[in-house]
Design a protein around this ligand. Structure first.
Ligand code: DNO
Length: 348
């Protein structure tokens, strides 16, 4: 496996100098943040990032994310032009050595949580999604501003988008995804890039907004649209794991065996009785997921893709971008290293 760490570029309070000190750290996962979704990434920005990462003894060979503009997901008249731009960004990334590009096809919002700093008994804080904080909210009526939602949309825009997606429905979203994949995957194949779709987080509809990258049946459907290793998964254990109906270990085993996982986001969550969930420390006993079985499945299937510790808690007084502090993600990386080393040795 190729161990990686997400870094938000020059503005990230965590320096590359620190990240490189995490044992086994190989790659930096990042993106160009100085242009809006739907715009071409300046080559100079990609090059600058590559140089900064390499100057710190690591590789910049994986991107997260090239965001997919809403107009593509909605199939608006501008979708074809924007898909062309998307393809150009894949080509530009490939030119500077990128081998894997993560993206998602989640309407309107990326991940959804109701609180970003819920304190646990041990004094650490983490991201949570509690149904009693969500229930009763109607985005078409209320002024909703949940943490983690894109603050660049005005409330009116959010309402319009939500109602457009409501009309589009799941099948409409699948059709637009299919159109998109059929254009971008041949380009990715040509450039030697694996596209890795991130599952919906959480993997069920919220406020009637369709969500389709959610469960085994839908992942199967997704992979069949273009049956190529360039059309692969970013298998996020914490996202898929929020639905108790998803058997994450079985999914990891199945898709790793098919060689359709390009990137693993490894983190643990605790599902509560009413379906709410809390992000927890990576260790299996801290949450609902069996991390050892997940890594064992990867090792047994000969997985050689990218892995990153996903969201961490805030511990030891650290402040910063929720989910993306240094300390707990570094603990996660060390734990992931340990599991891989143990299973690789045991199986060799
Ligand atoms: C959350 C991340 C996601 C992920 C995107 C990929 O912290 O896992 O935001 O980067 O969904 O496009």
């Amino acid at each position: 496996m190729k161990l990686s760490f997400r870094w938000y570029g020059e503005s990230d309070p965590i320096s590359l100098e620190y990240i490189r000190q995490i044992p086994g750290m190989r790659s930096i996962v990042s993106a160009v943040y100085d242009v809006k979704p739907g715009e071409v990434w300046p080559e100079e920005s990609i090059k600058k990032m590559k140089e900064a990462v390499e100057a710190n003894g690591m590789l910049f060979d994986i991107v997260e994310s090239i965001p997919v503009p809403e107009d593509i997901k909605l199939g608006s008249p501008d979708a074809d032009r924007l898909t062309e731009v998307y393809c150009e960004n894949i080509r530009r990334c490939a030119k500077y050595g990128i081998k894997c590009v993560t993206y998602n096809f989640m309407p309107v919002f990326d991940w959804t949580r109701t609180q970003l700093d819920k304190a646990a008994e041990d004094g650490s804080t983490s991201l949570v999604m509690y149904w009693d904080q969500m229930r009763g909210l109607d985005p078409l009526v209320d002024d909703i501003n949940l943490p983690g939602w894109d603050a660049s949309y005005s409330r009116e825009e959010v309402r319009e988008l939500i109602s457009a997606y409501g009309k589009l429905g799941e099948e409409g979203l699948w059709a637009n995804l299919e159109k998109f994949l059929k254009k971008i995957i041949p380009v990715a194949e040509e450039c030697g890039v694996r596209m890795a779709i991130h599952p919906d987080d959480p993997p069920y509809p919220i406020f009637g907004i369709p969500r389709i990258i959610t469960c085994e049946e839908n992942l199967d459907r997704f992979l069949k649209i273009v049956d190529s290793p360039a059309n692969s998964l970013c298998l996020c254990t914490g996202s898929l794991g929020c639905a108790a109906s998803n058997d994450v270990v079985a999914m990891v085993r199945k898709y790793a065996k098919m060689d359709r996982i390009a990137f693993m986001h490894i983190r643990n969550i605790k599902i509560m009785e009413d379906g709410s969930f809390e992000e927890r420390a990576h260790l299996s006993s801290c949450g609902s997921l069996d991390m050892a079985e997940i890594v064992k499945a990867l090792v047994e299937c000969g997985f050689d893709g990218y892995v990153r510790p996903d969201h961490g808690r805030m511990i030891w007084g650290e402040t910063g971008k929720p989910g993306y502090g240094l300390y707990d993600r570094a603990l996660g990386a060390a734990y992931i290293n340990g599991l891989f080393e143990a299973y690789t040795k045991a199986l060799s």
